[in-house]
Ligand binder design. Structure first.
Ligand code: PLP
Length: 370
């Protein structure tokens, strides 16, 4: 047995994306205690950096010590109680996962379905709100990684609030890559991941809760069924005010990595990061179309960081991806669920959204397909 040395890949799939060298360096710094004052100082800074990334002043903003799916569960298990009704929008894989969460909380999911590749239709959401005046929450995916569709979060939140509902928003793929304004849009609960446009390793899930959502959690009638994700307990550790009580041992080095990734985003500036993703998407799009591929999502609804394109007629999906991986050290993503075997998902996320990657991806695809 020898040490594991991973191959040097270029990650242009649906995530994880290439981790920036600065973040990799930060991950290797000495591990210190999770209650060490130096570490606690870093946590305070991290909270401010996350508030910047989410464009929020929410006090309840921190990274859950587990991947994006745990951020999703944190939102659902804390806000949903048995017997509640939640309107869940599904236009790809991840809305389905939200439904599972609602049902496992003992609540009812009212599904609003849209085609895979389409955005969530606000009109259908409004109809569901009118038909279900007892609904408590509207949940939707802002950036659907399985298709590359970007829904209109601002409008959906407005509609939910008109009907006195809270909102739970999945921003795993949008945070840092496309416009997301938690306070301005009035989002109540939001979760993300570190492995997409933040270009840190997977395994942490930034979350943020509005005061209104925090009040709902405080006034629950039943105990949160998950001990690990119960916000009232986690906040003893992340809650600020200088006091920290042991809850779980934080993933210390991974948090160094996230801190560095957020610092990079802060240095670049949110608006600049969004503009860079958009600019590079346009360049990749032109190249992919020149190779004969077309987009799953209609123009105007596309995510710049996740490009889902149809596989050319007669091409063996798995074979091409395997040649790209083995001969070019390039990872692109396969289709998920309904789109398996029909599309490739090409990510341009965070650090990986750069001209050299676009050129390399187009050149490699051209060689393998010809
Ligand atoms: N939601 C969306 C939109 C995602 O793309 C993903 C992961 O790709 C998740 C949730 C789950 O995140 P994780 O795989 O980090 O648990």
């Amino acid at each position: 047995m020898k040490s594991f040395i991973p191959p040097q890949r270029t990650l242009m799939g649906p995530g994880p994306s290439d981790v920036s060298p600065r973040v990799l360096e930060a991950l290797g710094r000495p591990t210190i205690g999770h209650l060490d004052p130096a570490f606690i100082g870093m946590m305070e800074e991290m909270k401010g950096l996350l508030q910047y990334a989410f464009a929020t002043q929410n006090e309840l903003t921190f990274p859950v010590s587990a991947p994006g799916s745990a951020g999703m569960e944190t939102c659902f298990v804390n806000l949903v109680e048995p017997g509640d009704k939640v309107i869940v929008c599904q236009n790809g894989v991840f809305g389905g996962r939200m439904k599972e969460n609602v049902e496992r909380c003992g609540a009812t999911a009212v599904m609003v379905e849209d085609e895979w590749g389409a955005v969530v239709d606000p009109q259908k959401v409004e109809e569901a709100l009118k038909a279900n005046p007892d609904a408590k929450i509207v949940a939707f995916v802002h950036a659907e990684t399985s298709t590359g569709a970007q829904s209109d979060a601002k409008t959906l939140v407005e509609l939910a609030h008109q009907h006195d509902c809270l909102t739970i928003v999945d921003a795993v793929t949008s945070l840092g890559g496309s416009p997301l304004k938690v306070d301005e849009w009035g989002i109540d609960a939001i979760y993300s991941g570190t492995q997409k446009c933040l270009s840190a390793p997977p395994g942490l899930s930034p979350v943020s809760f509005s005061e209104r959502a925090a009040e709902v959690v405080k006034n629950r009638k039943t105990r949160v069924q998950s001990w690990f994700l119960d916000l009232s307990l986690v906040m003893g550790y992340w809650g600020g005010g200088g006091k920290r009580a042991y809850h779980h041992t934080a993933p210390i080095n991974n948090l160094y990595g996230l801190h560095e990734a957020l610092l990079i985003l802060h240095e670049e500036g949110l608006e600049n990061a969004w503009a860079r993703h958009q600019h590079h998407h346009q360049a990749l799009k032109a190249g992919l179309e020149a190779l004969g591929m077309s987009f799953v999502v209609k123009e105007g609804d596309r995510l710049p960081q996740l490009n889902a394109v149809t596989i050319p007629e007669g091409v063996d999906d798995a074979e091409v991806r395997s040649i790209l991986l083995n001969d070019y050290n390039l990872e692109i993503g396969a289709g998920l669920g309904n789109l398996a075997g029909k599309v490739w998902r090409i990510g341009l996320m965070g650090h990986a959204s750069n001209p050299a990657n676009i050129e390399y991806c187009l050149k490699s695809l051209d060689e393998v397909l010809s």
